[in-house]
Design a protein around this ligand. Structure first.
Ligand code: DGY
Length: 327
């Protein structure tokens, strides 16, 4: 007798072994690699699928949900949720799974990597050495600021912001932060001080973004914000690209209103290869790899599978972004 399996659309491939817990219950329809969003050839499967595994590069909007009337669960392979129309999912009583918590250290490590690389101009210096332009020991080239004693401003003191603050404290940095809720424990252990957003902008030597993307944080780093920053300041963004107004950043960097930027995320994403930001020597751009450690990605896959199986079976998702579907 044929065993009934749930049909699930996985928008882009991931290693099969990460999904092995699904083998008995799920038949996967897998979309293509190297493509943003839901590939057009996948639309025909929407009416028949029971579940969807999406990535942060997919826009899961009301139209997609409308074309998938049998869908019982959507699992985003991400901690963030800004690529999904959560209200539309909730309206259709579709629970949405996410993978919070397991990418905190990976993203905080990468943030410090960007701080070090941008501040000490590691990428440009390595290219200079590689190209044969390196002729002697330079006393006054490739200079950065000493991190010990410098001020790190953390915009959004959630899990990742706190993990970055701990690392910065270990480097001898002074931490200031903005947060919806005060973090008294970090005021004690890290000597971190909560400040208003304007003070964060004016005071930070390195300003690192860690808030989720919401209507309030969308383009929070605009031309006015850059005007308030120190000309020696560095902006780091490992949160979401749309928190920064890309054009305003380009002019702030070109006019040396701020010294440099390190971006793991951009708006749009990917940033087209022809984008002028790539031409700026004081801007380092990475392809959104904050959570790219083996451990973090396997843990994200495991949580995604747990969410998916629970949703398909009509059980509560263990990591759910819209728990209001259960009331
Ligand atoms: C997430 O999961 O939201 C991260 O941005 C992935 O790196």
């Amino acid at each position: 007798m044929a065993i009934h399996k749930f049909k699930v659309l996985l928008t882009h491939p991931i290693p099969e072994q990460w999904l092995s817990t699904l083998n008995n219950d799920v038949k996967l329809i897998i979309g293509p690699d190297e493509m943003m969003g839901l590939a057009p050839e996948l639309y025909k499967y929407l009416p028949e699928v029971d579940g969807l595994i999406s990535f942060l590069c997919d826009r899961i909007n009301a139209e997609i949900i409308h074309h998938a009337p049998n869908i019982r669960v959507i699992c985003n392979f991400a901690a963030g949720i800004d690529n999904i129309d959560l209200l539309a999912c909730t309206a259709q009583k579709i629970p949405v799974g996410i993978t919070p918590g397991v990418l905190t250290d990976a993203t905080a490590d990468l943030t410090m990597g960007l701080v070090l690389a941008v501040n000490r101009q590691l990428v440009q210096a390595a290219a200079n050495a590689r190209s044969g332009k390196w002729k002697m020991w330079y006393a006054s080239r490739w200079l950065g600021m000493g991190l010990s004693g410098a001020i790190l401003g953390v915009f959004g003191m959630g899990k990742i912001g706190c993990a970055v603050a701990k690392r910065a404290h270990a480097f001898g940095m002074n931490v200031i932060y903005t947060s919806r809720t005060p973090k008294p424990e970090y005021e004690i252990t890290l000597n971190a001080r909560q400040v208003a957003f304007q003070e964060l902008l004016k005071t930070s030597d390195i300003l690192s973004l860690h808030a989720p993307l919401t209507p309030e944080t969308n383009k929070i780093m605009d031309a006015n914000a850059f005007k308030l920053m120190k000309p020696t300041a560095i902006l780091i963004n490992t949160a979401r690209g749309a928190e920064v107004d890309t054009e305003a950043l380009f002019s702030a960097l070109s006019n040396r209103q701020i010294a440099a930027a390190g971006l793991d995320v951009t708006d749009p994403e990917p940033l087209p290869a022809s984008h002028p930001l790539y031409e700026l020597p004081n801007c380092l751009i990475l392809p959104h790899l904050g959570s790219a450690t083996v451990g973090a990605r396997k843990a994200m896959a495991a949580m995604t599978c747990e969410n998916l199986l629970a949703g398909l079976r009509g059980e509560k998702l263990p990591y759910c972004a819209n728990t209001e579907v259960y009331v």
